[in-house]
Design a protein around this ligand. Structure first.
Ligand SMILES: [Zn+2]
Length: 392
């Protein structure tokens, strides 16, 4: 039994709060052996939770908010910066992230699996998939240079889309991300991108490989195209309608409203600002009231305004609409479900030991999930940090 280590305290198990629990962790296998409710009060004012999950990030490896830097930053520099960002995420209690288009996360994901990267488990989407001239196509470069330097594949037929998915899978992607609309990167007006035929080819190709397909969708037309094309999650989802929310609830399609990015970034684009205003005023309530499953995703890039390590902001913003316990689920058990991972997201017997502990009680005070309060982090049974010697 010497491989079993113990944690005790108030525990949010991914579903419910247990006032006092003992958790037995097999640190050799990295699996939770048991979670027992114990009688009597615990003296420590700490809360144990499943490791946090951010389902929508990018590793752009740049401090800048400009597309030109996202595509042209030197590869070595951007990799080193991203490794630093991965450490910050893990230190903040994020034991799993999903990347949604960048140049380095496929390699980082492999390095994490080899235990040579100190960072969260990385479910990488590899390169994002978009149309030629689309949202993030760096049009200040020639078409040839754009193809060489962008973090997206630009496709213009269902077969080109299938090839891009296959290329990502070949390179180790565990998720697929496509743009069904613009998002005002580089200005312009809102428009749908990729046709339903193209989007359907992407999701179909992802699904035959047992991967989830996520659609960046701004505006009801783009959301509708993504739903018609059988995507598994709507990312951003600005302008969602009640009918669409009803459909998503019925089909178990996730909503990832990425509130943090809109709080972090101010834009001079009037159309964008109006959509964002409505996002906070109506969209989230439409989705939540319809019973659509919501997962936390910040859309942070690792830039100055959207730094990795502060990703708990999404839980705090979401809680304003859903209450604290739902926001905690959205960052743990629901986020795991959104990513199709059935071995994480809970502190329960048989799950991987991705466990964190924070000072105080986030059910009462949600800001306790912020990085400064995270005193214990364990990933896959490995102790990453234990400031107050909680593990016995
Ligand atoms: Zn994004």
């Amino acid at each position: 039994m010497e491989d079993i280590r113990l944690l005790r305290g108030r525990t949010f198990d991914g579903q419910n709060m247990i006032e006092n629990a003992e958790i037995g962790i097999n640190i050799k296998s990295g699996i939770i052996e048991y979670v027992d409710e114990i009688n009597g009060k615990n003296n420590l004012d700490i809360t144990i939770l499943p490791g946090l999950i951010d389902t929508h990030i990018h590793f752009f490896g740049s401090e800048s908010d400009q597309l030109i830097d996202w595509v042209l930053t030197d590869n070595v520099l951007l990799t080193i910066k991203s490794v630093y960002d991965a450490e910050a995420l893990l230190d903040a209690g994020f034991t799993t992230v999903r990347t949604m288009g960048d140049k380095v996360s496929l390699g980082m994901s492999k390095a994490e699996k080899l235990r040579i990267l100190k960072g969260p488990r990385i479910i990488s989407s590899g390169y994002s998939i978009a149309e030629t001239g689309g949202n993030d196509d760096p049009k200040f470069l020639s078409h040839e240079l754009s193809k060489e330097f962008s973090y997206s594949y630009y496709c213009d037929s269902p077969w080109e889309c299938r090839k891009a998915v296959r290329m990502n899978i070949r390179n180790g992607a565990e998720s697929i991300k496509a743009y069904s609309s613009r998002s005002f990167v580089g200005g312009g007006k809102l428009k749908t991108e990729l046709t339903v035929d193209e989007l359907s080819a992407i999701s179909d190709e992802a699904h035959v490989a047992h991967l989830k397909a996520a659609a960046h969708s701004y505006g009801p037309d783009a959301i509708q195209n993504s739903l018609d094309a059988n995507f598994d999650s709507i990312e951003h989802g600005l302008g969602i309608t009640e009918d669409q929310a009803e459909f998503m609830k019925k089909k178990d399609i996730f909503y990832v409203p990425t509130l943090s990015v809109y709080r972090a970034k101010v834009s001079s684009n009037q159309e964008r600002n109006e959509l964002v205003k409505k996002h906070f005023e109506k969209d989230i309530s439409i989705a939540f009231n319809a019973g659509v499953k919501i997962a936390t995703g910040t859309d942070f890039l690792g830039t100055r305004n959207e730094p990795h390590g502060l990703n708990a902001s999404e839980i705090i913003y979401l809680s304003e609409f859903t209450g604290n316990i739902y926001a905690l689920k959205a960052a743990t058990s629901l986020a795991a479900e959104c990513l199709g991972l059935n071995n994480i997201g809970f502190v329960k017997k048989g799950f991987q030991a991705d466990i964190i502990s924070v000072k105080g009680d986030p059910l009462k005070e949600i800001t306790k999930v912020r990085r400064g309060n995270v005193i214990f982090v364990m990933k896959k049974g490995e102790i990453i940090k234990d400031i107050e010697n909680l593990i016995k």
